[in-house]
Design a protein around this ligand. Structure first.
Ligand SMILES: [Zn+2]
Length: 179
C-alpha cells in the first residue's frame, strides 16, 4: 500500500462515507485519526459527517503546528484527512515528509472546483500520491459524474463553503454544456 493516497471526487460522491469506512478498517489493527483543515464549516467542529448519516470524531487544525501536535498526541499510524482540497501547501509537505518515516496518509477531497479548475492543494497531493482513487457520483443524465456544478451566486469566489443545495455532481458532457 502506498504511504500516500488521494481519494477524490465531486460533491456528493460519497467521499466522506468512504473515509468513515476506511477509518474503521484501518482501526482494526492500527492507530488511526481523522483530521480536517479549519476552513470548512459545514459540519460541527469535532465531527465528519457523511450524507448517509454516519459520523466520526475529527480533529480540526488551523496550522501545520497544530496538525503536528495532534499527530504527536495520538501517535497515529494512519491519518485520514477530510476536505483535503483546503490544505495549505505547508501542511501537505509536512505530511509528505512524515510519510517517509512511516505515517500512512489518506487524503479525501475535491480535485476540481465548480469552474473545473484543479484546486492548488489537490494538484500538490496528486504529485505525491502513489495511489489515486477517483470516486464518481451519478449525474442527473445517468452518466458517472466527476465534476461539480454550482448553481448559486459565486461573485467571483473560488471557494464557496456551505450552500450544498447549489452543488450538483455532473458528468463531463453536462459540465461542458453548462459552461
Ligand atoms: Zn450528465
Amino acid at each position: 500500500m502506498s504511504p500516500i493516497a488521494f481519494i477524490y471526487g465531486p460533491m456528493k460522491s460519497g467521499k466522506t462515507a468512504r473515509l468513515i469506512g476506511d477509518f474503521y478498517a484501518f482501526s482494526e489493527n492500527h492507530r488511526a485519526m481523522v483530521v480536517r483543515p479549519a476552513l470548512d464549516t459545514r459540519s460541527p467542529d469535532d465531527k465528519v459527517k457523511s450524507r448517509n448519516g454516519s459520523e466520526l470524531p475529527c480533529a480540526v487544525f488551523d496550522s501545520t503546528e497544530a496538525l503536528a501536535q495532534q499527530l504527536d498526541i495520538n501517535q497515529s499510524e494512519y491519518l485520514l484527512v477530510d476536505e483535503a482540497q483546503f490544505l495549505s501547501e505547508d501542511a501537505i509537505m509536512f505530511l509528505v515528509r512524515r510519510s517517509l518515516s512511516g505515517l500512512r496518509v489518506r487524503f479525501y477531497g475535491l480535485m476540481t472546483d465548480y469552474r473545473g479548475a484543479t484546486f492548488a492543494a489537490s494538484a500538490i497531493i496528486t504529485r505525491f500520491a502513489g495511489q489515486l482513487d477517483p470516486v464518481f457520483a451519478d449525474c442527473h443524465c445517468g452518466q458517472p459524474a466527476q465534476f461539480t456544478r454550482f448553481t448559486g451566486e459565486s461573485n467571483g469566489r473560488t471557494i464557496i463553503v456551505g450552500h450544498d443545495e447549489h452543488y450538483f455532481p455532473v458528468c463531463t458532457k453536462c459540465f461542458l454544456e453548462a459552461h
